[in-house]
Ligand binder design. Structure first.
Ligand code: SF4
Ligand code: SF4
Length: 64
């Protein structure tokens, strides 16, 4: 399972990139994207997905 970033809602603030424990978030075409192959939904490390927790934009990060 993985989360994904809705590119039309992402403001490219970059806040999610450093909090990802699997380094799955990278700049992509002016916004950010989540690498589905490595995103774990933070299940091993945290109670909640860290990118979702930090992102200020409603509905920007969703279940892929
Ligand atoms: S859910 Fe966790 S592992 Fe997946 S992109 Fe967000 S911070 Fe990274
Ligand atoms: S925190 Fe949200 S708005 Fe900011 S770069 Fe990440 S996905 Fe985009």
């Amino acid at each position: 399972m993985a989360l994904s970033i809705v590119r039309d809602l992402c403001t490219a603030c970059g806040d999610c990139e450093p909090v990802c424990p699997t380094q799955s978030i990278t700049p992509f075409k002016g916004v950010y994207k989540i690498e589905a192959d490595t995103c774990t939904e933070c299940e091993e490390e945290f109670d909640v997905p860290q990118c979702l927790d930090v992102c200020m934009e409603d509905d920007c990060i969703v279940t892929a």
